[in-house]
Design a protein around this ligand. Structure first.
Ligand code: HEM
Length: 229
């Protein structure tokens, strides 16, 4: 059940928040270690495996996790997204417990865009030195390694643009609607006024168990281990 006090409502579970901020740290680690090359490639590989584990976990959590973590809660289609834009430009504020329909679409894009980057990395190699080979390069022909490597090197720029847009959107909500989405992603709770109109009942949110989250995370790490070993 969602915990509520007079003014705030718990909306994000711990797994979603840990997923998000760990992903941000690992993305930064992957980016800088990839650019540095050399011995840093060890870190690049390990952070890539950790990101893959997190993404598999988050996709599974999108089906069995807490209410606001579920894809069914925030994948709403174009008409809901348009209604949300109307709320955004109108005088009132959008009210959602979890992701709004526009943000939800972006979340899906981000998850699968990062997944594409990591999967390409598994098949990529440093063709200049031949010293750094992704763990799955042995499974495919050289032509596919070249394609995956080119994709991995180019797609990172798309990810940077997506991440910049994502952060920009978060600050637009803060500046335009005075809604602190970052605070909610850190503390897990939102002011009740950001979730429901005054006088309306708070939504009934269900929170999945931490034990389920931990078991799923271990299962995802095991899958990644068997893929890359
Ligand atoms: C590499 C950079 C980033 C990536 C790939 C990323 C990805 C994501 C993803 C996948 C979600 C959905 C979380 C979930 O439902 O599990 C999300 C939500 C969110 N992210 Fe990020 N993020 C990045 C950086 C940041 C940064 C730097 C900030 C803070 C300034 C931020 C603030 C947020 C907030 C506030 C939400 C919740 C949005 C909402 O209320 O709908 N993100 N992000």
């Amino acid at each position: 059940m969602a915990k509520t006090n007079d003014s705030r409502l718990r909306v994000w579970d711990v797994p979603v928040r840990l997923f998000h901020w760990t992903l941000v740290i690992l993305m930064a680690a992957s980016y800088f270690s990839g650019r540095a090359g050399g011995d840093w490639m060890k870190l690049h590989f390990w952070s890539g495996y950790a990101i893959l584990t997190l993404l598999l976990f988050r996709i599974a959590w999108g089906f069995v996790g807490s209410t606001t973590a579920r894809f069914s809660d925030f994948i709403k289609g174009p008409s809901a997204a348009l209604r949300h834009v109307a709320e955004l430009v109108g005088p009132d504020r959008p009210r959602e417990a979890g992701h709004n329909p526009l943000g939800g679409a972006m979340v899906l894009v981000l998850i699968f865009a990062v997944l594409a980057q990591v999967v390409a990395g598994l098949f990529s190699a440093d063709t200049d030195t031949g010293m750094v080979n992704g763990p799955l390069t042995r499974l495919v022909a050289d032509a596919w390694i070249d394609k995956a490597t080119a994709f991995h090197k180019t797609w990172i720029n798309v990810l940077l643009v997506l991440a910049a847009l994502h952060v920009l959107a978060v600050f637009v909500y803060l500046a335009w609607k005075r809604q602190n989405l970052v605070g909610a992603m850190i503390t897990g709770s939102k002011p009740i006024d950001d979730v429901v109109a005054p006088g309306r009942p708070a939504p009934r949110l269900r929170f999945a168990s931490g034990r389920l989250a931990l078991s799923l995370l271990i299962a995802c790490a095991a899958i990644v281990y068997f893929i890359v070993r």
